[in-house]
Design a protein around this ligand. Sequence first.
Ligand code: PEP
Length: 261
Amino acid sequence: MAARKPFVGGNWKMNLHTAEAHALARSVATSCDGREVDVAIFPAFPYLAEVGTVLQGQPQPGVMLGAQDVYHQSNGAFTGEVSVTMLQDLNVTVVLAGHSERRHVLGESDLLVNAKVRAALKAGLEVILCIGETLEQREAGQTDAVNAAQLCYGLAGVDPAQMSRVTIAYEPVWAIGTGRTATPQDAQDAHKAARGMLGHLFGATIAEATRIQYGGSVKAANAAELFAQPDIDGGLIGGASLKAEEFIGIVEAASNATVKG
Ligand code: PEP
């Protein structure tokens, strides 16, 4: 069975301008090189080219360039949207799909998330599919059901052979950007249930090989205990990815975690 190498993503959201993006990308690229962990950073669209140049310019480019979103159509009258091939032109290799801010602030449906997942995978990109419950859903005991439904919809029509390019990010909505983190045990329980659902969809071997990141107010100080959980394979990091020292500390915690699977 394939071991699950930890994977840490830095989602910069709608933050940073040219000079800051350049400096942060440089620090991350030089500090994360050569570690036993996969690392990706996700700048805002206008800075993908700039950040890509920084990453490519490293002696051994190791940090992946990621996009926070993608549109599923290949071209045409879709004002404001960005296609898979446009991202590939800029050397993007991984995209987020279904981030909770896109689902809950911008109103993206499961159907749209699924179209994006399929288009990105078809083109050969890696995908991080984000799932997670709201506070209301957690308090109603619906956490696992919500995650299962988002996995079913999000991965509908995905070929088992494509699953090696899929990572799941479990991000409880109430923990994102709020300073509230799920306890390691609560996060582990949700990850285990999500992995169980992957088993129903794709079989045990694929479920065991698929990485599931935790996201929601992860910091250098709490990363190690989260990443020590048996079903947590790194993290998707928002706020703390904007500070080089914090993000590098999180990557370090991931590289110190035991390899699972
Ligand atoms: C995120 O945006 O994916 C996220 C987890 O944000 P934060 O780390 O700020 O909670």
